[in-house]
Design a protein around this ligand. Sequence first.
Ligand code: FAD
Ligand code: FES
Length: 284
Amino acid sequence: MAITTREGDHSYVTQPAKILAMKDLTEDTRYFKFKFLDESIVEENYKPGQFAIMSLPGVGEAVFSISSPPTRTDFIEFGVRKVGSFTEALFKLKVGDLVHLRGPYGDGFNMESLRGRDLIIISGGLGAIPLRSVLLYVEDRREEFNQVFFLNGARSPADMLYREDIIAMAQRGIIESHLSVDKDDTGEWPYHEGVVTTLFPKITDRVVSEKTTAIICGPPIMYKYVIQELLKLKIPKDQILMTLERRMKCGQGHCGHCAIGGRYTCLEGPVFTFYDVQHIKELI
Ligand SMILES: Cc1cc2nc3c(=O)[nH]c(=O)nc-3n(C[C@H](O)[C@H](O)[C@H](O)COP(=O)(O)OP(=O)(O)OC[C@H]3O[C@@H](n4cnc5c(N)ncnc54)[C@H](O)[C@@H]3O)c2cc1C
Ligand code: FES
């Protein structure tokens, strides 16, 4: 974008950004919309799947995926789950308060290389946060893509992120969406029940393996089973793209926190192809 300073400037310089809006998505996860105070910062020079580092003076900093697409400028959005000290402090802020952002970091989805392809986008739990950037990019550039399937899984109806938005996108013909919860504890869930892989039969008859790229983000346990389904559909390993999040600190290859199997996930990832990481046991 560069959120922080100039593109390629790998520094720890942060930029203040004001909270424009926020909204609870679930009991513990909140949507945040920010605007940089420096109006010369262009919020479009990043790829879906990249992340930013947010800091609060006196509290610390934390890593979050950019949830808005680069096709929508003038603001930047995140989805944050409250899990500990940083996120608790963030949740106490009000509209108009400031955070500090640096980035964008990591490698994301190269959407331009997916032009003309069918997409199967598979999300589990918080995975919908970075994949929202992909979905909204597809919405804004719909003519560039062919069939787009979205399979979204959550633990329960109350845990499903962006449910209304996804249904609205499907109604507008942007995506074909299939929603599933592991367990319906309400008795009122109108969609599918079962883990996300049980949604595959709804699309398999229309998947053309040589034209399809799969995009996955979800909890670690999900990858193994989703990849098995994709390989059954004969999707090539280099067309299975996934975002793998590991503990990160600096975000720019300095601290070593994110290194796994000899790879720095903050630099080479978080988006990898299955082909690239299939032999790194710790990654999947
Ligand atoms: C590339 C990347 C993208 C991320 N994107 C998002 C996002 O879009 N939305 C979001 O809510 N979170 C995201 N996270 C996780 C987020 O960075 C952590 O939840 C955050 O740092 C927690 O800070 P805290 O001080 O509130 O919690 P802490 O006090 O640091 O930790 C509280 C609990 O959260 C767990 N935790 C801490 N850090 C992580 C982590 N990196 N991954 C998984 N569990 C963690 C700890 O084990 C502990 O149980 C992302 C992480 C990475 C590496
Ligand atoms: S997060 Fe510091 S090297 Fe990757």
